[in-house]
Design a protein around this ligand. Structure first.
Ligand SMILES: [Mg+2]
Length: 268
């Protein structure tokens, strides 16, 4: 192993993207289960990060379980939970008007955050698959009247079996079209807030943390924005040729988690 990758030995905290990194659709990627088992056997801390704020952590625990990957809900961090943590740094008892699914509403309530349709302090936009005209109208009126506007993540579309479907970014765009206003904060990848809240959740030290993902402009960028190490895997969206056309440079590029496990074992 080249000396320039010795930093990897000091890594104790692993932030992992899911789709394109651990699995592709319904199937786990080669070596993913072994990689996660190995990290757990070595006492390393794992946190899966997902921008998807329409589902709970348990949804991902169950999805991973079907692939033979056994983790608890403490190992999954959604942009919804990160948004709750972040909001409480702004105000310990924030009053929120939320555009979100029942799962996201539950997440906010679990975090002790009051949801209201009456004089909120903030309007929070998530991946609201239960969006109605009435909800959109209320959000726009609150925002135009000066309520603070926050979004869980910026993704314009979400890939599904039916094709791309409008995600939180498209709802933000609708609000922007009506009000002319953008969110004051967006929490999910590529924003550094998501990583900072993830570090806080698992009490990780920046210099001992790496993010592993398949997208340069979300996973890798969020890690670089937050000042942690970054590893790009080529099992998802990014091709080697994409790296010639970007200034987003990961600390390490590796084919898959299978190869990363091999490298990790060779270092010990
Ligand atoms: Mg991905």
């Amino acid at each position: 192993m080249e000396n320039k990758y010795k930093w990897f030995l000091n890594i104790n905290y692993f932030l992992l993207d899911l789709d394109g990194t651990v699995y592709l659709g319904k199937n786990s990627l080669p070596g993913a289960q072994e990689f996660i088992d190995y990290l757990q056997s070595q006492g390393k801390k794992i946190l899966f990060l997902t921008n998807n704020s329409s589902q709970t952590a348990m949804y991902y625990v169950n999805k991973l379980k079907k692939m033979g990957i056994s983790v608890s809900d403490h190992n999954v961090f959604t942009s919804g939970e990160a948004t709750c943590m972040f909001l409480k740094t702004l105000n310990p008892k924030p009053k929120i008007y939320l555009l979100g699914t029942p799962a996201l509403e539950e997440e906010f309530k679990k975090n002790g955050i009051e949801l209201t349709e009456d004089d909120p302090e903030y309007v929070v936009v998530g991946f609201d698959m239960t969006l109605t005209y009435e909800k959109l109208k209320k959000a726009c009126i609150f925002i135009r009247n000066g309520k603070k506007f926050i979004a869980t993540h910026p993704d314009i579309n979400c890939p599904t079996e039916e094709g791309l479907i409008p995600d939180a970014g498209s709802i933000i765009a609708a609000i922007r079209a009506s009000t002319g206003l953008d969110p004051e904060y967006i929490i999910g990848k590529p924003c550094k807030e998501f990583i900072e809240e993830a570090l806080r959740k698992i009490q990780a030290k920046k210099e001992q943390t790496v993010i592993i993902g398949d997208r340069l402009y979300t996973d890798i960028k969020s890690g670089l924005n937050a000042g942690i190490k970054t590893i790009l895997v080529l099992t998802g969206e990014t091709r080697l040729t994409d790296l010639e056309k970007t200034n987003i440079k990961p600390h390490l590029i590796i084919q898959s988690l299978k190869d990363l496990l091999h490298m990790l074992k060779s270092l010990h």
